[in-house]
Design a protein around this ligand. Sequence first.
Ligand code: SF4
Length: 331
Amino acid sequence: MSEMNKKAIVMLSGGLDSTLAAKLMLEQGIECIGINFVSIFCTCTSRKKKEAGCASEALKIGKELGISVHTFPKGMDYFAVVQNPKYGYGKGMNPCIDCRIYILKKAKALMSEYGASFIVTGEVLGQRPMSQQRHQLNIIEKQTGLKGLILRPLSAHLLPETIPEQAGIVDRTKLLNISGRSRKQQIELAESSGITDYPCAAGGCLLTDKIFAQKLKDLFVHKKNYTMIDLKLLKIGRHFRINENTKIILGRDQSENMMIESLASCYTLFRPADIPGPTAAVDGELNDEVMSELMKLMLRYSDSTNETTIKLLKSGKSTRTFTGCSIKNRG
Ligand code: SF4
């Protein structure tokens, strides 16, 4: 680790709190290097226009603050953390303590590369129930081996003095004592600092969404060697578990149908032959039970209200037509 100096890594999420934390450091003449982690679970990187998302927000904020920002993807090693978190989940499948440990360990590994001697975060004591309570901050420091090296400027007065403060690198008297879930003080501070645009203020993580969490859990339970494509597909369509080995995904609209077609080339794809309806991706074995369920689902979610049977086209190397399914009650 580097000697104590006036250079810090700032965990820049693209939200308001980390922006304010960086600003407080810059005002003290600390050289800041922003780092930003993105994952497929960030809601603001999901279905928005290309230039949207936390990463681009962090880059934009970096530009405004005049600091460099480096973006890193959370890779497959992160999914292993999500699957087996040491400190458990929040209300969904959000392993917040383990997630913080994961990114702070990555940040720690970057400290020597960037010549930084401590890490700055926008964390606010008590703001998030799963990762920002005092005992959780202690666990995170202990598990990352960063005791005394994580400075949280917004709550600093409520927390033990850090090494950069003790060393006189950072002036503790200029740090703050914000705590709790109200964002009033941060918003006032933003206004007085001329910060007006902070779209990711609340942060967005699909892992906290209970419905998404069910789909993710189902994937973890049923597919040992899941891939990034399996994970990406969790964000699209209606998902139906047919049996232990087979799942069907149906697009909910034209854009999802197109996404399924482009993403799920390793699944078996179907679409209705004669009526408008969803694209289906089947992951698993195509036996009679599965085909029967597939046709029922396709009929149920097709745009036609009169049909009681459906013909399906199977795409891939060959195109086969499946006909069947008489459903009187479409449910
Ligand atoms: S909400 Fe999501 S991104 Fe944020 S700490 Fe929890 S798991 Fe990580």
